[in-house]
Design a protein around this ligand. Structure first.
Ligand code: FAD
Ligand code: NAI
Length: 467
């Protein structure tokens, strides 16, 4: 008789692996099923981690060429060794995915390699290279993630017409890169290749970049990116991509319709969002419902329509972010252990890892207006921050939105170097329902970029000091 597990998790991305580890820590006997050769899902293999390795490396390349001379460091023009940069990225991925393997062993989690299919309550079949295995399990968590969306009629080859996966491993710096979609992937990977020398044009369907982010932030950030050489074609749609001997011929037209135009490019990156991935799970046969957007449907406690089956991460509703998936993984493990697992969706930070970074937590000005909430806003620029000046990093600002009556902080939006780290003081404050005054009265070390966060908070009271 085969072992019976308390929990079997399908998928080992940040949702799945974190859920498995927490469940094991809480005393459960846990199995994971993964169809890819390495653990860690999109995030570790083809997402967060490799993109951040290339973002960092290309930022260093850019700094060596443009910032060093201003700091009095003369090293000559930097020379790109793309193979070595890619090797750094691959090593980073390998070390992180290997880390998950180690953590599974440490937590005595049983691993199955192959595609997991739900054969009903309490049963998962795994189809892998060694044939089919059936796992008996009390509970199942679906953490199967997402895949890139594509435009109709466009053939992705991951060499010339690529998704983020192909854009993370181009063999040479393209002369021209056309990015379709001014969202997070388009701007991060567009920045990488622009820094390494490509001429980057971003075509966006809407009349703004980064939909969902605060409008002020998007506007200023677009100006900064334009100065870095990214060209934007907003309110424009791509209607076709033709492969030619010379490269690609991309047809665009105004989003509302109008005269078509063609653009020549070497590489086109399709970055128009991601779709939930449910192939092979056997959802229909098992009677597990999806929502109107094809995501696994769950109740407020991650339960699907089939008893004993839960779902988390990119495959369910909510922002497609690694830390959202992780937190849901922990919440489900705690729920299964009889605890009160919970995720506060009002306080999920999001970061665009460009230079400067863009970070946001809580609500935007547009959302507060739409909800009819009376609020006050304060903005403090990094041009008035001593540390930012010393680091030649005075682009951007901190914006804080607080309830007009109670002073409770409702949102914080930062454009600036290190914004992705600074945002967490606002996140912690918001978790404790803190006010702008709480932030303004907290002593901040000098000189730090974070002083700008405090100054923005001071701006909601008696006023900032340094402006
Ligand atoms: P995934 O990470 O997608 O993992 C799903 C796993 O399930 C995969 O390993 C897959 O092989 C496996 N699987 C699927 N079906 C089966 C099956 N039937 N049987 C067995 N295994 C199966 N988010 C951030 O928060 N910060 C970032 O900086 C960031 N950068 C990103 C950069 C890029 C280029 C991309 C593409 C995404 C990025 N994301 C980032 C998003 C982040 O990667 C996802 O939100 C996150 O990976 C979702 O985690 P998940 O566990 O839900 O699914
Ligand atoms: P996205 O949703 O961030 O952006 C897609 C963009 O494409 C939007 O601006 C949208 O208006 C535009 N678009 C849609 N259809 C279009 C069309 N036909 N023509 C032109 N533009 C079009 O999606 P993206 O960038 O693909 O990223 C997918 C997910 O991965 C996101 O949900 C994001 O949360 C996650 N991610 C997170 C990162 C981070 O946290 N730093 C980094 C990379 C990805």
């Amino acid at each position: 008789m085969a072992d019976t597990f308390d929990l079997t998790v399908i998928g080992t991305g940040p949702g799945g692996y974190v859920c498995a580890i927490r469940a094991a820590q809480l005393g459960m006997k846990v199995a994971v099923v993964e169809k890819w050769p390495s653990f860690g899902g999109t995030c570790l293999n083809i997402g967060c981690i490799p993109s951040k390795a290339l973002l960092h490396a290309s930022e260093m390349f850019e700094e060596a060429g443009h910032t060093f001379p201003q700091l009095g460091i003369e090293v000559g023009a930097p020379k790109l060794n793309l193979d070595a940069m890619m090797a750094h990225k691959d090593d980073t991925v390998a070390s992180n995915t290997g880390g998950i393997e180690y953590l599974f062993k440490k937590n005595k989690i049983t691993t199955f390699k192959g595609t997991g299919t739900i054969a009903g309550t309490g049963k998962v079949t795994v189809t892998g290279d060694d044939g089919e295995t059936t796992i008996e399990t009390k509970n199942i968590v679906i953490a199967s993630g997402s895949v890139p969306a594509n435009l109709p009629g466009i053939e992705l080859d991951e060499e010339r017409v690529v998704t983020s996966t192909g854009a993370l491993k181009l063999g040479k710096v393209p002369e021209n890169l056309l990015v379709i979609g001014a969202g997070v992937i388009g701007l991060e990977l567009g920045s990488v290749w622009a820094r390494l020398g490509a001429r980057v044009t971003v075509v966006e369907y809407l009349d703004r970049i980064l939909p969902g982010m605060d409008g002020d932030v998007a506007k200023q950030f677009q100006r900064i990116l334009a100065k870095q050489g990214l060209e934007f074609k907003l309110a424009t749609k791509v209607t076709g991509i033709e492969k030619t001997d010379a490269g690609l011929s991309v047809t665009i037209e105004p989003a509302k319709g109008g005269e078509a135009q063609t653009l020549a490019t070497d590489i086109a990156l399709v970055a128009i969002g991601r779709l939930p991935f449910t192939d092979g799970l056997g959802l229909d046969e098992a009677g597990i419902e999806r929502d109107e957007r094809g995501r696994v449907k769950t109740d407020g406690h991650y339960k699907t329509s089939l008893e004993g089956v839960y779902a988390i991460g990119d495959v369910i509703a909510g922002p497609m972010l690694a830390h959202k998936a992780e937190d849901e993984g922990i919440a489900v493990a705690e729920i299964l252990a009889g605890q009160a697992g919970h995720v506060n969706y009002r306080v999920i930070p999001s970061v665009v890892y460009t230079n400067p970074e863009v970070a946001s937590v809580g609500r935007t000005e547009e959302e507060l207006k739409a909800d009819g909430i009376e609020f006050k806003a304060s903005k403090f620029p990094f041009t008035a921050n001593g540390r930012a000046k010393a680091m030649l990093a005075s682009q951007g600002f901190v914006k804080i939105l607080a309830d007009a009556e109670t002073d409770r902080v409702l949102g914080c939006h930062i454009v600036g170097k290190g914004a992705g780290e600074m945002i967490h003081e606002a996140a912690v404050l918001m978790e404790f329902s803190g006010s702008a005054e709480d932030l303004a009265r907290t002593c901040h070390a000098h000189p730090t970029m974070s002083e700008a966060v405090r100054e923005a908070a001071l701006g909601l009271g008696d006023g900032p000091i340094h402006i």
